[in-house]
Design a protein around this ligand. Structure first.
Ligand code: NBP
Length: 468
């Protein structure tokens, strides 16, 4: 019997996705450029009840021959040239009507290009964001497929089956045409950057102002995870603080070098937001902070030369609740920015993104999964035209309620000389967004003064220029 689906690329993601597919009862063929990984997956499937659903191939010709037609092939190779490479190698063995799904973290513009080329050649193409890392791929990721709707329908049964489930609903839904799926996945990662930076700043404040130990931080995050901040990232953060380093007998978190790594999806989100004119300062500041952290040697030098505040900020333990509120308010702003970027992109590219459904599929499988996404989904269900999450009643109420503490925490951190680029940019975003008047009148005057760029007036229509 031929196979219903093929998977190419058997590194962490491809291997686990293929096992997930086999376990859900689909007959899956797998192929990898080099043979080592192919042998590995066979070993892993050995003696499992789904073993019979999985066959490995060492040539693309045999791999494609043994697939049911129209063929459906998932690529899980490294994003970039490897995807084009693989597509080119595959095409001689495919027939019109076959489908290729790129499940890697491809740049959405590449996806738009590939979609156009393959469509013209008579093939179906899906650019699909898959989130959740190794565990997600194996047990159920969040899946964001983009492309033509008929291509999606060919893959729908498999994608729905293997996705994470929350309240019996699959964390997989059709996102939109061409690059929409990969765009949404990219913004998911951008939001993840902001989320992680905000948690890091809350930690830094508790460490430097309240002098909490990792054990105490473990308890704080554990408690936070029981409330409205409940999420995967808060949960793993609680876990991290409890971990001891056997070699040094310190807590492991204290032994880890403070230099942030990245693979570039946060940077893409910021670059595209600049191109589209969508403000996402909290996400972008999170990217900047990873760059700044990488200058460790310079920071050590600067720490000896550049002075911080001398006054000592003291706060009592009940300040922890204020920090929690500041974190939640900032997080709301970061998500408002991320969804605002999706809004702008949806209009720019004609994707007609359904924000309520996107928030829903983020609830399971992926890194930013959180209770609070239900609130976002509700807000967009109530008003699909909502311009900004901050305008939804639930969110505006929370921020009104929490803002005194939010500002208190930011003031305390600034007074103590603690860097809080994400907290403070979230608040600046909020204060700018809610400002009826911004000082851009002065900026317009300056532009007109030095460059005759003209300005508009508040009292009458028209374009004006002054001889300053
Ligand atoms: P990698 O991104 O590390 O890619 C390794 C795979 O690509 C191997 O199977 C490798 O084959 C294959 N490959 C390369 Br490299 N160049 C190739 C070429 N020219 N032709 C054919 N195959 C080639 O794997 P991954 O971490 O499993 O990620 C796969 C995709 O999923 C990526 O786009 C990644 O960004 C995305 N993603 C990853 C995660 C995660 O947590 N890791 C999460 C979400 C999404 P070889 O074995 O012969 O070298």
């Amino acid at each position: 019997k031929k196979h219903q689906i093929g998977v190419i690329g058997l590194a962490v993601m491809g291997k686990n996705l293929a096992l997930n597919i086999a376990e859900h009862g689909f007959r899956v063929a797998v192929y990898n450029r080099s043979t080592g990984k192919t042998n590995e997956i066979l070993e892993e499937a050995q003696n499992k009840e789904y073993e019979g659903n999985l066959s490995a191939y060492y040539s693309l010709e045999e791999f494609t021959e043994d697939l049911e037609t129209p063929r459906k092939i998932i690529l899980m190779v490294k994003a970039g040239d490897a995807v084009d490479d693989m597509i080119n190698q595959l095409l001689p063995f495919l027939s019109k009507g076959d489908l290729i799904m790129d499940g890697g973290n491809s740049y959405y513009m590449d996806t738009i290009r590939r979609n156009k080329v393959l469509k013209e050649l008579g093939y179906h193409f899906l650019g699909t964001g898959i989130s959740g890392g190794e565990e997600g791929a194996r047990k159920g990721p969040a899946i964001m497929p983009g492309g033509a709707i008929d291509a999606y329908q060919m893959m729908e049964p498999i994608l729905t089956a293997i996705s994470a489930k929350v309240d019996n609903e699959p964390c997989s839904t059709y996102i939109g045409e061409d690059g929409a799926g990969h765009f949404v996945k990219m913004v998911h990662n951008g939001i993840e950057y902001a989320d992680m930076q905000l948690i890091g700043e809350a930690y830094d404040i508790m460490k430097k102002i309240l002098h909490l130990t990792p054990q105490e931080l473990h308890e704080v995050f554990d408690e936070w995870n029981q409330g409205e901040l409940n999420s995967y990232l808060i949960d793993i953060t609680a876990d991290i603080f409890a971990k001891k380093d056997i070699a040094s007998d310190h807590y492991l978190v204290d032994m880890i070098l403070d230099v942030g790594g990245q693979k570039g999806t946060g940077k893409w989100t910021s670059q595209i937001a600049l191109d589209l004119g969508a403000p996402i300062p909290t996400i972008t500041n999170a990217v900047y902070e990873r760059y700044l952290s990488a200058k460790k040697d310079e920071r050590i030098k600067a720490s000896q030369k550049l002075k911080g505040p001398e006054s000592i900020v003291t706060k009592q333990k009940d300040f922890i609740e204020a920090i929690r509120r500041a974190l939640y308010a900032s997080k709301i702003c970061a998500y408002a920015q991320g969804f605002g970027l999706l809004h702008t992109a949806s209009e720019q590219y004609g994707w007609k993104l359904r924000f309520a459904d996107i928030a829903k599929i983020f609830r399971g499988g992926c890194i930013i999964r959180a209770q609070f996404l239900n609130r976002i989904s509700d807000a967009y269900n109530e008003n699909p035209e909502l311009e900004n999450l901050l305008l939804a009643e639930y969110f505006s109420d929370i921020i009104n309620w929490y803002q005194t503490e939010w500002r208190e925490v930011i003031k305390a951190a600034i007074s103590a000389g603690i860097a809080i680029p994400a907290f403070s940019s979230a608040l600046a975003y909020y204060d700018s967004y809610r400002s009826k008047e911004l000082p851009m009148n002065l900026l317009q005057a300056q532009r007109d003064y030095f460059g005759a760029h003209t300005y508009q007036r508040i009292d009458k229509e028209g374009i004006y220029h002054t001889q300053w």
